[in-house]
Ligand binder design. Structure first.
Ligand SMILES: Nc1ncnc2c1ncn2[C@@H]1O[C@H](COP(=O)(O)OP(=O)(O)OP(=O)(O)O)[C@@H](O)[C@H]1O
Ligand SMILES: [Mg+2]
Length: 340
């Protein structure tokens, strides 16, 4: 099960839109079994997918309240192939201080992930034996191929739990100057989380609500020159607002819309990337570009002296501030790592 955390502490940047549409496309078009974990107190992913916020979900896990009388609810949704663990308003008061003093269990999603991965082992053990395959599904449940965690617009206990559980983090960004400012912080937080989850990778930065404009193109290239992996963009369209009213993913209500086609391309890249990873994980752990070279190597960072590699004096520009934060990330998270 590949676990992807969709994260940005900035609000309204299409985290939920990305989570529910990716989940729906992975399930409907690629036949994948997908679990959406709603880690946001707003519970937008839960209500969009037709889930029930009252049922036992992420908040109870973080508070260590699960018991025989109060088991975790794995909910079915209005999208076949997509299951859900609900987010609810009581996630709101689980701030980082509660994680610090042990009142919130930030390892809970990692433990859930390990438990769910047992299903894969059992399914592999009975593969080919039709009767036992059916039994295993009834008793243990079908294994999930993907788990997508929709994070809140904050850095709190729930988003920490998500980053500790994930294989990879996907960062939707609306390309304005405010978003770029927040990016520096986010990169530092991701680098910090690696102390608890050393395998956490940056899947990439996903430009959302994209439209042709000079400002947006400038922002996109600022991210690239800061060394970040920038994924193919998701275009802006009113169809996305419509989708929230219809309570149906784009693949159902506007399959030909530009953002739906873009999310489809993203899903296809994610599925392909996983396949490529399985076939050839480079022995040295560095991501390679198409020519097989480690493209990030040897590139001087903006604002740094080419000869000495040291930072040039003067006030850093926005792209340079992000670049400094990106330095804290391992090389395969940067531009030049595996590309879309
Ligand atoms: N590609 C797009 N084109 C136009 N509007 C979009 C697009 N993607 C998202 N939106 C709109 O942006 C708004 C915010 O989206 P969404 O709720 O997914 O963001 P979010 O990051 O999850 O927000 P929050 O931080 O509050 O959880 C919604 O009104 C949504 O319809
Ligand atoms: Mg949201």
């Amino acid at each position: 099960m590949k676990t992807i955390c969709i994260c940005n502490q900035k609000g309204g940047v299409a985290k939920t839109t990305t989570a529910v549409n990716l989940a729906a496309i992975l399930a409907r078009e690629f036949g994948k079994r997908v679990l959406v974990i709603d880690a946001d107190s707003q519970g937008n992913a839960t209500s969009f997918l037709g889930g029930d916020r009252e049922r036992v979900g992420v908040a109870a896990m973080l508070r260590r309240e699960l018991s025989d009388e109060k088991p975790l609810a794995l909910q079915t949704t209005n999208v076949p192939g997509v299951s859900l663990i609900a987010g609810s308003p009581d996630l709101m008061d689980l701030d980082l201080s509660k994680a610090g003093d042990g009142r919130a269990d930030v390892t809970c999603l990692r433990e859930l992930r390990k438990a769910l991965e047992q299903r894969e082992k059992i399914a592999a053990a009975v593969k080919g034996d039709e009767r036992n395959e059916k039994l295993a599904t009834v008793i243990y449940g079908e294994p999930f191929d993907y788990c997508l965690i929709d994070c809140p617009p904050a850095f709190n206990a729930a988003s920490s739990a998500a980053l500790i559980a994930a294989d990879a983090v996907l960062i939707p960004v609306k390309l304005d100057a405010f978003a770029l400012e927040g990016m520096t912080n986010l990169m530092r937080q991701i680098a910090n989380m690696r102390r608890l989850n050393p395998k956490l990778q940056l899947l990439g930065v996903l430009p959302v609500m994209w439209y042709r404009s000079e400002t947006i193109q400038r922002a996109e290239s600022a991210l690239r020159s800061a060394g970040l992996k920038v994924l193919p963009r998701i275009r802006r369209s009113d169809r996305v607002d419509d989708m929230t009213y219809h309570q149906q993913p784009l693949i159902v209500c506007s399959p030909r819309s530009a953002p739906c086609r873009d999310y489809r391309a993203l899903a296809s890249w994610i599925v392909g990337q996983e396949r490529r990873e399985r076939i050839a994980t480079p022995a040295c752990g560095l991501a390679r570009n198409d020519s097989g070279e480690d493209a990030a190597a040897g590139k001087p960072l903006r604002g740094h002296d080419v000869e000495t590699g040291k930072r040039r004096p003067g006030r850093p520009r926005k792209g340079e501030r992000i670049a400094t934060a990106v330095c804290a990330l391992p090389r395969n998270d940067r531009e030049g790592g595996e590309q879309a």
